[in-house]
Design a protein around this ligand. Structure first.
Ligand code: GLY
Length: 414
């Protein structure tokens, strides 16, 4: 999509919603958010019954991960065995509990969450502790205040911090790939894991966790983006001197391409880092990486898995990236003034409208919320599939939108 096409689309969206104050716009959503959340809830109840055996017993050590091809039910993986996605399903359950107050869902969320505890009792495998613990224990603690969850979060943050290399100024993503990459490897996905460090520093953990998170965000900002603010997936550094060596890809089309979910992690990550630090440079950067993404989107606002795949328009989409970005924009819009705030909100609405259409919703095809995500294209894995993290960020985005609608309704009542 060209920039002018994109701006035209947003102008059309603004007209359809009703130009005026933000409260007016938010009072007239183009998505029936409550109906979409109810769709997610029904899907969750269906999945929970499918995950139970004939005696009604669920094996909580197995976490839903994907639904590929013509399968209709979640394929599960052991939540604790070298699996980065084990926190998303409990996170979905916590968001569903937040939306419904249903204690049965909270019970299931707690069971799936606690199944991850063993991870903090083992030596750290890689940087994914943030994804694993913040989506599960983090949401659980936010909603219940359970002190057990807090203990686990602090332990996970300490474990994650052992990957920080002060010479480089970032967390090592994959200890197991140091030899393959020829050094300390840092990946864009890790931006999300910084949230656990920020949280721990504010909640009784070591204050140095905050400094590590800020150093990671600054170093990544310096080395892992091109001048046009598109991201590289991987940066490699000398682990002893800290010298930057090179950038390359792991899950993208090529070293020089913009992998869609990588850019989505950058958008979400820098928005969150601004929230935690209030440092203007991070907000400016979040806007730059967002604009680089928005300017390149196809018409339906759901990216192809990599923006530079020469097979476009016949390349697979990545709905998960659209979910991550839609959710991030519903936060970023609160940190900027009009017209940018309206532009980011309208873009998020367009993304969610697309995701809520028959093209992307799984409906009766399978038990997930959404279709058409891409996990690891170069490895031939999870291509054009339903993937659990797409559903997690989809529900998060819907709940952020619902919160905004309630907020504007309350304002209107005053
Ligand atoms: N490695 C995380 C992702 O696939 O986005």
């Amino acid at each position: 999509m060209t920039t002018s096409h994109y701006l035209m689309l947003l102008a059309t969206a603004s007209l359809a919603i009703g130009i005026g104050c933000s409260a007016q716009r938010e009072a007239q959503p183009q998505i029936d958010v409550e109906q979409e959340i109810s769709y997610c809830r029904d899907k969750i109840m269906q999945s929970l019954s499918e995950l139970a055996d004939s005696d009604g017993v669920i094996d909580y050590s197995q976490a839903p991960r994907n639904i590929c091809g013509t399968d209709t039910r979640w394929a599960c993986r052991p939540a604790c065995a070298e699996e980065w996605c084990g926190g998303f399903w409990p996170g979905i359950l916590w968001y569903a509990y937040q939306a419904t107050g249903d204690n049965e869902i909270a019970y299931q969320a707690d069971k799936y969450t606690r199944a991850l505890q063993v991870i903090t009792e083992q030596p750290v495998l890689d940087h994914d502790l943030g994804f694993l613990f913040f989506c599960s224990y983090g949401n659980g603690y936010r909603l219940t205040g359970n002190p057990d969850y807090k203990r686990q979060l602090l332990a996970a943050a300490d474990s994650l911090a052992t990957l920080f290399n002060p010479a480089v100024g970032t967390l090592l993503a994959w200890p197991r790939h140091v030899a393959d990459y020829g050094g300390h490897n840092t990946i864009m996905d890790t931006m999300i894991n910084l949230e656990l460090l920020f949280w721990a520093a504010k909640n009784g953990g070591d204050y140095r966790l905050y400094d590590m998170a800020v150093a990671h965000a600054d170093t990544t900002m310096r080395y892992q983006f091109r001048p046009d603010y598109t991201s590289y997936h991987v940066a490699v550094y000398d682990p002893v001197t800290g010298k930057f060596l090179r950038c390359c890809t792991h899950q993208g089309y090529s070293d020089d391409s913009m992998w869609a979910r990588g850019q989505a992690w950058a958008i979400y990550g820098y928005t969150m880092v601004y929230r935690e630090t209030h440092e203007q440079r991070f907000l400016d950067f979040a806007e730059h990486v967002t604009d680089a993404y928005l300017e390149r989107l196809p018409d339906d606002m759901v990216p192809y898995w990599d923006f530079n795949d020469p097979a476009i328009p016949n390349a697979p989409r990545d709905a998960s990236a659209a979910c991550v970005v839609a959710s991030a924009l519903l936060e970023l819009k609160d940190y900027v003034d009009a017209p940018e705030s309206d532009r980011y909100r309208d873009a998020a609405v367009e993304m969610l409208k697309s995701l809520c259409s028959d093209r992307y919703k799984a409906g009766s095809q399978n038990s997930a919320f959404l279709l058409h995500s891409t996990g690891h294209h170069p490895a031939g894995s999870e291509i054009d599939a339903s993937i659990v993290y797409a559903d997690y960020y989809f529900l998060e985005a819907l709940e952020r939108m619902e919160r905004d609608q309630h907020h504007s309704t309350n304002l209107a009542k005053k």
